[in-house]
Design a protein around this ligand. Structure first.
Ligand code: X2X
Length: 337
């Protein structure tokens, strides 16, 4: 072996160690090494922006704060990681407000079916009164939410068996939904047969036909390769979903105030970039997914809304959230029921 080849190999090995998350040699061991877990593939913009964010935090804190990113349920399913976050085993976690509602019931309000007509209304509400209302409840439950919610997107229904054109096509349909009373209630109101399954088990539940379908934004359907085990995609846009960026409170308060400010600044900035990436992906992926064999259709969305009214879905949830919270939602999106 020539010297130059050995040198190349040695630096390649060093680069791959650094790529695996070690600190750059310019910094000593970090004072604070915190884990950030999420449920999405490493290729999803959530993780691209999180890696960038972790690098910016390491740099601006001069190596004092290292955030290690663990994508795609590497540390456990959402249900597991939520309890690790509460106990402090994991310091940061992004979780849908609807799944978080198993701990903070009011956090499901952002997922009311067909509440948001478009992204403009989503960000106005979530960066405004509705977001502040939900964050206050999250804080009461002992977790620390960052100010900017990250995007998951508007959700579409995929199936292995048939296109969904009207609400009637969902009658008794076996569909996977995330673990959340709001999701179960929504699909029961549509007349479907929903089963709660963590995202970590969703691909295999579809593959083994435990369920016929699922619902997710296109960016998730693509990056998690759900198109490999699904044939149809019905563009229902039945719900917008977002990820609260949550911190364990004790871990958060262990950071000195100046470091906390730097960390929050970069997490929120990454969230804003992630929103732009995800919205662009969700708007452009249809062709890519059609090329991979997914058959798209545009359902009659009015039949779904009508079905929710008939089933008293809105009345029931207004009762659960209470008049004050419901008024905040309706101030953002208009009258729902
Ligand atoms: O579990 C899902 O379907 C996902 C990835 O969209 C959420 O985190 C809610």
């Amino acid at each position: 072996m020539t010297l130059s080849r050995r040198t190349v190999l040695r630096s390649a090995a060093a680069a791959s160690v650094l790529g695996a998350g070690a600190l750059r040699p310019a910094y000593a061991k970090a004072e604070f090494t915190y884990k950030y877990a999420n449920n999405l593939p490493a290729t999803h913009p959530m993780n691209a922006r999180a890696r960038e964010m972790a690098a910016a935090i390491l740099e601006e804190t001069k190596g004092r704060v290292e955030i290690q990113v663990f994508p795609f349920n590497q540390l456990g399913s959402d249900t597991d990681v939520l309890s690790q976050l509460r106990s402090g085993g994991v310091e940061f976690f992004t979780l849908s407000g609807l799944i978080l509602s198993t701990l903070v019931p009011g956090a499901a309000i952002t997922g009311v079916g067909f509440a948001f007509p478009d992204y403009a209304s989503v960000w106005k509400a979530l960066d405004g009164e509705l977001g502040a209302h939900v964050r206050a409840q999250i804080e009461k439950a002992g977790l620390v939410p960052m100010e900017r919610i990250w995007d998951n997107g508007f959700r579409q229904i995929t199936t292995s068996t048939k296109p969904i054109n009207t609400a009637a096509d969902l009658a008794n349909f076996k569909i996977r939904v995330p673990v959340s009373p709001m999701w179960t209630s929504l699909f029961k109101a549509f007349g479907a047969a929903p089963t709660s399954i963590n995202f970590a088990e969703t691909y295999s539940a579809l593959q083994t036909k435990v369920v016929e379908g699922q619902e997710n934004p296109l960016a998730v359907i693509e990056t998690a390769k759900l198109y490999e085990v699904q044939k149809y995609c019905s563009m229902t846009n039945h719900m917008w979903d977002g990820y609260w960026f949550l911190a364990n409170r004790r871990a958060w308060e262990r950071l000195p105030a100046d470091l906390r400010a730097i960390v929050a600044k970069h997490i929120n900035a990454a969230g804003m970039n992630q929103r732009a990436d995800v919205a662009a992906l969700n708007a452009s992926l249809q062709k890519n997914l059609a090329d991979r064999g997914l058959a798209f259709n545009s359902p009659k969305v009015d039949t779904f809304r009508e079905q929710l009214r008939k089933a008293n879905f809105y009345g029931e949830w207004k009762g659960k959230f209470g008049d004050e919270a419901w008024a905040i939602l309706e101030r953002a999106v208009g009258k729902l029921a």
